[in-house]
Write a protein that binds this ligand. Structure first.
Ligand code: SF4
Length: 79
């Protein structure tokens, strides 16, 4: 993990919260995590990290895995 990555992680609104909130059992149950992410100062860094390393599970940067896959597909089309 790079120093930069470490820095944004430490500043995340999820820091110290129950990680289980960010790994809901379905897309429909991702609301609580999304609400926390929406207030997070490092949301974009978090999202770009998840897109870059293809994080498979959980809510990152306010988006679920399905939503992140959609962004990856869109970016591929416009690249
Ligand atoms: S965007 Fe969400 S998952 Fe990412 S650091 Fe912020 S609160 Fe945590």
């Amino acid at each position: 993990m790079s120093i930069t990555e470490n820095t944004w992680r430490n500043r995340g609104a999820c820091n110290g919260l129950d990680p289980a909130v960010f790994f809901p059992d379905s897309e429909e149950n991702a609301g609580e995590a999304k609400a926390i992410c929406s207030e997070c100062a490092v949301r974009l860094s978090c999202l770009e990290h998840a897109l870059a390393v293809r994080e498979r599970d959980g809510v990152w940067g306010g988006l679920t895995e399905k939503e992140r896959r959609r962004i990856i597909r869109q970016r591929r089309r416009t690249a």
